[in-house]
Design a protein around this ligand. Sequence first.
Ligand SMILES: Nc1ncnc2c1ncn2[C@@H]1O[C@H](COP(=O)(O)OP(=O)(O)OP(=O)(O)O)[C@@H](O)[C@H]1O
Ligand SMILES: [Mg+2]
Length: 279
Amino acid sequence: MPDPAISIQNLTKIYPIPFKRERLTAVDDLTLSVEPGQVYGLLGPNGSGKSTTMKILLGLVPATRGQTHIFGRDSSFVESREEVGYLPENPYFYKYLTGEETLHFYGKLCGLRGEPLRRRTRELLHLVGLEDAADRRLGGYSKGMLQRIGMAQALVQEPRLLVLDEPTAGVDPAGSRDIRDLILQFKTRGITVLLCSHLLGQVQEICDRVGILHKGKLVREGELEKLIAIENQTQLIFENASPELLARFEAEAAACGARLVEKSKPHATLERFFLEVTQ
Ligand SMILES: Nc1ncnc2c1ncn2[C@@H]1O[C@H](COP(=O)(O)OP(=O)(O)OP(=O)(O)O)[C@@H](O)[C@H]1O
Ligand SMILES: [Mg+2]
């Protein structure tokens, strides 16, 4: 069996509260693992410990207790993170650099030079839809554009694992659909993704597994389909069914002891409707 892409064991993070004797447990004995190639959604209310977990995994914050591994290597060692791309919660960039210069800068940090660096920069600007803004300084970028440049910098070194802390925060519906499609593309290329997001609709569309944190504790974890399936219900959607046919179905079902819970017309999603009228 290959090593899990991410393995977190009994992770606890306690922050002291300055000038008080109290302490805050941000992550409480968390154990979870993410298999290679999975898209894993870490969910939870504000302050439940999602970003802290990611930062510990990436060696940016020390754990109080517990271990974290990336592809089998202790993630407190820098080498374990060579193949990891990270989009932080509030990415900070040099505002006087242009989009292109920013990606050049991160590419150089990852050891790229010359033509490969220029090619990768162009590819990434295209991938995140910022070609037209490549020569503009980041100081003049909108929130969504900064988020896209953040996604691009996370991809510079073609990572095997991507850690995305709210990748669609502040991005409009079309942009956020693009990011969702990008994540699905990564998945087909076998890249593992750990993401946290409050957009549950999107999480549902792209994640294989989810874990739900509440006050630092993992309260639910598992395969998304299984977690949310309502075991004793079945949904049938007909096209062109006459009222008489539906009445017959209902009568037959009732005769067999099945109860009709809901009868309604399926709706397009608001997202699809929004995109239809704005594009
Ligand atoms: N550097 C820090 N010092 C002290 N407390 C911190 C620090 N970073 C986070 N915390 C606390 O740890 C808890 C978890 O924070 P964290 O940022 O991990 O939550 P989150 O799940 O990412 O929330 P959100 O959805 O708002 O991003 C919060 O109570 C937060 O106040
Ligand atoms: Mg957070």
